[in-house]
Design a protein around this ligand. Structure first.
Ligand code: CR6
Length: 833
């Protein structure tokens, strides 16, 4: 406000306002200008990378103009804002998305062609922004797209990792991790060197009495690390609303390095502090569904939470409203427990810095936060040693103890005769060492807790958070089934299908109201439509086959049934079940006569996904898949009947090629373990069918698309516990077909007998925790049904169209409306000009 231009000079500004390009000619001008000035190059040294950079800068300029107006509007209207706190944002590429969302891809295509480039090649130059592990991070990215597309005033807050998720290379069948340095040139971010926050660590707390005779806590000493804001514009689809994703980067306080030390000749230690500070935002922890309790991870969490809250509070204070209005102006969503310290930090700011009474502050805090749980797996539930929290954040630990004290007092009042419940729900686990249970803190400090699919939300209420339902009542807990953005996962990934649908529905409106897909259902008997539908799937398979040839050297027949499982490698997701099934198929084919073989349905089994670097078993699974591939793919008896591929370095941009090309995809987690899954939705939306267990969102997909259009198999969640118990305490017999698979592996057919023995032992000797053997028979039988169904191409296409027509529910737009309504209490703020 202080730097605003005085009234008389504003005319000059208005005359000179930047205008966004409107034609391909104007676009070309912008590209050339950026090549010549921003990049200091010319037509004599403009390669595809430079053309990508200049194109991105041209689009970034557009986004920024809309971004500025959006922010001005939101500030002026002073309406409630949503803040989505996530340690992961798996954004993928930005250029294609920006072009489509602002509706200028055709313009850019023509302009680039004029300048001598193919738009696909330019798009392909971009490095994925891979600041996430898997579903949780991609969900955050889909939510940002929906929030902007639906005109919600919303900000994302995250960390600007220098290294995102590692790049995966497969060498001799083994995963090798290579650092993902993605920031050499990133045109999509705006460094805000003037937007910084000092974040304090360590030190000690002293209690003093202030002038009013009140005892106040002062946190002093320790060290300061500076958070610098980097802003990434998030364009909505078909709207000028452009929201902000703010990522924090860490740097040392007090300049570049210590000059005194430098001058006295101690160069090394003069830069040490700087290096230590920068370490905080250096690297994304590469674990999916696993928390390892590393000190640096806790530092990351507090650094990001403290900077974000300072920013949010600073923005609120500009409005000069009373503190009790805070929850009416601010909704903060905690994406998993990673940002749970935000609860403590806001309480600290309110009582220690702003001088509010505890009770009022606590009311404000709980009114502000919502917490999303994404897993019931015990190894993923965050706990921090009390000693570590004490050391790093001494004042926060005191506040956590106070929160816990007041909470347990109220529980005691409610259940005077139950001592056990206090131990079970306490935020502090009385173990050796004592631990802070972050999920408990997140529940106590939020007004709503949600799971991410119906089964999952029921499970958290009846298992891990059962006591809290007793304490707070069932209304504290709710469900918001996950969704995906149809802009990226249909319009961008599968442009031909999107255009075909648009031509039938009369417009692209379905991209903002996905329920309109249901109007496709009447077309299932339209011959031409079905033909075109099938042709598009085939073309997408040809595109993937070409990619497979380029990256693996293997020829695959695009007429074969493409069977895909791409996701993080995890025992609970059961890639081992899939590869054992593939071996079973191989053995079955080998045992046939050539005449019998001719009658079989050709298959291409496609795998992809990263294993956490420390997850040994997951790495063995990757190795087995590759080992099976090198035997099967070179077996002349088999030929095109079976190919097995592992696609290296699965990420968002590869998913955009893979999802549209699948006939069947596998979502086969042990029932009750996959909270939701979201790739299941991506595949079905692109006309692929799925084989899956009754787990996560598969159940709701079945409800929507109908049982005839999905292949379900396996034991139910409610039976898992008994089965596990029986494995351990009863007699445990292995499925006979699976036993034959094991024998073959142990014979050395796929090499490395030693490497694979642990995978077999997990099933045979260690209780088969993931029920691979229990589900094997029904898995194999269901794959036979898939083969049979695929033979009838007519029917298959009908299933595919019907399923797509019924997928409207799974748009992330629906999720955002549910959060806005049931958790955040916020309204959209569309532009009215
Ligand atoms: N790993 C769940 O496992 C869910 C996503 C997003 C996960 C997955 O089923 O779809 O979250 N959980 O809700 C966590 O990350 C803890 C995931 O991606």
């Amino acid at each position: 406000v202080e730097a605003s231009i005085p009234e008389p000079q504003r005319e000059a500004w208005k005359r000179n306002q930047t205008a966004a390009f409107k034609s391909s000619d104007e676009f070309e001008k912008e590209v050339v200008r950026h090549v010549e000035t921003s990049l200091a190059r010319s037509m004599f040294n403009c390669d595809e990378k430079a053309a990508y950079s200049a194109t991105s800068l041209a689009f970034r300029d557009r986004l920024v103009l809309d971004w500025n107006k959006t922010q001005q509007r939101q500030t002026y209207r002073d309406s409630k804002r949503v803040y989505y706190l996530s340690l992961e944002f798996l954004m993928g590429r930005a250029l294609d998305n920006a072009m489509l969302n602002v509706g200028m891809k055709d313009t850019a295509k023509a302009g680039l062609a004029d300048l001598g480039f193919r738009i696909e090649d330019i798009i392909g130059q971009e490095h994925d922004a891979a600041l996430g592990n898997g579903g949780l991070g991609r969900l955050a990215a889909c939510f940002l797209d929906s929030l902007a597309s639906l005109d919600f005033p919303a900000w994302g807050y995250g960390l600007r990792y220098r290294y995102g998720i590692f790049k995966q290379e497969i060498i001799d069948g083994y995963q090798v991790e290579v650092p993902d340095y993605w920031l050499d040139f990133n045109p999509w971010e705006f460094p805000r060197h003037d937007v910084t926050v000092d974040v304090q660590f360590f030190g000690s707390v002293k209690k003093v009495t202030n002038e009013e005779g009140k005892s106040v806590a002062i946190w002093e000493g320790g060290e300061i690390v500076v958070a610098v804001a980097y802003d990434v514009p998030i364009p909505g689809y078909d709207t000028p609303t452009t929201n902000n994703l703010r990522l924090w980067s860490s740097k040392a306080s007090g300049g570049e390095f210590d000059f005194q030390k430098f001058n006295s000749g101690d160069y090394e230690s003069s830069v040490a502090e700087q290096q230590r500070a920068e370490t905080i935002s250096n690297v994304l922890y590469p674990n999916d569904n696993l928390e390892r309790g590393k000190e640096l991870r806790l530092k990351q969490q507090y650094f990001w939470v403290a900077a974000s809250l300072y920013d949010i509070v600073r923005r609120f204070k500009k409005s000069k409203r009373a503190w009790r209005e805070f929850p009416e102006q601010v909704a903060i969503q905690l994406n998993d427990t990673h940002p749970t310290l935000a609860i403590v930090e806001l309480q600290r700011i309110l009582i220690d810095v702003e001088g509010l009474e505890w009770d009022l502050a606590w009311e404000i805090v709980t009114g502000t936060f919502g917490y999303t749980n994404h897993t019931v797996l015990p190894e993923a539930l965050e706990k921090w040693p009390v000693g570590l929290v004490q050391h790093l954040l001494p004042r926060h630990l005191q506040i956590i103890y106070d929160i816990n004290l007041f909470f347990l007092q109220s529980v005691e009042k409610q259940f005077p005769d139950d001592r056990e419940i206090l131990t079970r729900v306490s935020i502090i686990e009385e173990s050796q060492p004592k631990m802070v249970r972050m999920a408990h803190l997140a529940i106590v400090g939020s007004h709503k807790v949600n799971g991410v699919a119906e089964l999952h939300s029921d499970l958290i209420k009846t298992t891990i958070f059962k006591d809290f339902v007793e304490i707070y009542g069932p209304d504290r807990f709710t469900n918001v089934t996950n969704g995906i953005t149809p802009r990226r996962w249909l319009h961008q990934a599968n442009p031909r299908l999107s255009e075909l649908i648009a031509s039938k529905l009369g417009s692209h409106e379905f991209l903002k109201d996905l329920s309109q897909l249901n109007k496709l259902e009447v077309l299932v008997q339209d011959k031409d439509f079905k033909k075109e539908w099938a042709e598009i799937k085939f073309a997408n398979k040809v595109r993937l086959a070409k990619y497979i040839k380029e990256t693996t050297g293997v020829n695959v027949n695009p007429s074969a049934l493409f069977d895909v499982q791409v996701k993080r490698i995890h025992e609970y997701k059961r890639q081992q079940l899939n590869i054992f099934g593939v071996i079973h198929r191989y053995l079955t084919l080998k045992a046939m006569t050539p005449a019998e073989r001719k009658k079989q349905m050709p298959r291409v089994s496609i795998f992809g996904g990263k294993a956490a670097p420390g997850y040994w078993m997951a790495k063995q699974i990757i190795h087995l898949i590759n080992a099976v591939g090198s035997v099967v793919n070179n077996d002349e008896d088999i030929g095109d009947l079976l190919k097995v591929l592992f696609l290296e370095d699965y990420n968002v941009s590869k998913a955009e090629i893979i999802c549209p090309a699948s006939d069947i995809s596998e979502h086969i987690s042990t029932a009750g373990t996959e909270a939701s899954g979201t790739s299941n939705m991506k595949f079905v939306l692109n006309g692929g069918l799925i084989i899956g267990t009754c787990d996560g969102a598969n159940i709701e997909i079945t409800r929507e698309v109908g049982e005839n259009n999905i292949f379900l198999f396996g034991n139910l969640a409610e039976d898992v516990e008994d089965l596990r118990h029986a494995h351990t305490y009863g007699s445990h017999t292995i499925d006979p077909d699976l036993a034959k698979v094991f024998e073959e592996i142990q014979k050395g057919t796929f090499g490395s007998v030693h490497d694979f023995s642990a995978m077999i032992a997990a099933v045979k000797d260690h209780g088969d925790y993931y029920l691979v053997s229990d589900d094997f028979h029904s898995y194999i039988e269901t794959h036979k049904l898939v083969d049979e169904a695929y033979r009838n191409q007519e029917e298959w296409v009908v299933k595919s169209i019907t399923a797509v027509a019924r997928m409207g529910f799974f748009s992330s737009d629906r999720c955002i409306y549910e959060y806005a309504d049931g958790i955040w209490n916020v309204e959209p703020l569309p532009r009215r000009d």
